[in-house]
Ligand binder design. Structure first.
Ligand code: DX5
Ligand code: ZN
Length: 224
């Protein structure tokens, strides 16, 4: 199992202070920055393009940028996100015309690749792509907005994804996204996640540092 990673989702940042908020959340202990890219087509919300990723890099952000594409089509803009400074690029399989092609494209662009499964999307195709992905992202809310509640049925799905990954012996992270809080992160870790996206739980807190510290303490309890 990989070391635990906390990926702060800047969807919940103060957009008028995006650079500062991002720098501060990293100084407070976040490992990755999670960038939710929405197109008002695949999901009913509109957020960041490659210029925002580039702006964060120009601002001096060095941490891994975990770009979660909630857009359709996906392929056209992948090279632009890579060029702008993305490290991970994940997409929803139903938004791609050819999943293999999109995964290959992400690797050709020298980024790590991953598939994102909505709460009601089955993991059937996962076994067919295990040799082509670096991360599996399970949504624990329906994509589009921050601040929703964790959907409980995803605990079993996490356990199942963990089994598939472990059996495969491939080096793949298991990421969870949506409704992750200090009070449920231990149970999420116990179900098998190693990469934890948190938006409102961190950016909505008065003290990023103590929130991230409490999250890590809870994760450590799960690993004992
Ligand atoms: C939702 C996004 C999430 C969102 C999570 O579509 O993919 O990354 O920022 O926000 P919280 O942690 O507030 O549920
Ligand atoms: Zn996300």
């Amino acid at each position: 199992m990989h070391n635990a990673v906390i990926a702060a989702s800047i969807l919940s940042a103060d957009m008028s202070k995006l650079g500062e908020n991002t720098r501060n959340v990293l100084a407070a202990g976040a490992d990755f920055i999670h960038v939710d890219v929405m197109d008002n087509h695949y999901v009913p919300n509109l957020t960041f393009g490659p210029i925002v990723v580039k702006a964060l890099r120009n601002f001096g952000i060095k941490a891994p940028l975990d770009v979660h594409l909630m857009i359709e089509p996906v392929d056209r803009i992948i090279p632009e996100f890579a060029e702008a400074g993305a490290d991970y690029i994940t997409f929803h399989p139903e938004a791609s015309e050819n999943i293999d092609h999109t995964l290959n494209l992400i690797h050709q662009c020298k980024c790590k690749s991953g598939l994102v499964f909505n709460p009601s999307t089955s993991l059937d195709i996962l076994e067919d792509v295990l040799d082509k992905i670096d991360i599996v992202l399970l949504m624990s809310v329906n994509p589009g907005f921050s601040g929703q509640s964790f959907i409980e049925s995803v605990f079993d799905k996490l356990k199942y994804a963990r089994e598939i990954i472990d059996k495969s012996k491939h080096d793949i992270r298991l990421e969870i996204d949506g409704g992750v809080k200090v009070d449920n992160i231990r149970k999420i870790a116990e179900a098998g996640a190693d990469t934890f996206v948190a938006g409102s739980a961190i950016f909505g807190a008065d003290d990023y540092k103590s929130t991230i510290k409490m999250m890590r303490e809870q994760i450590a309890l799960a690993n004992n």
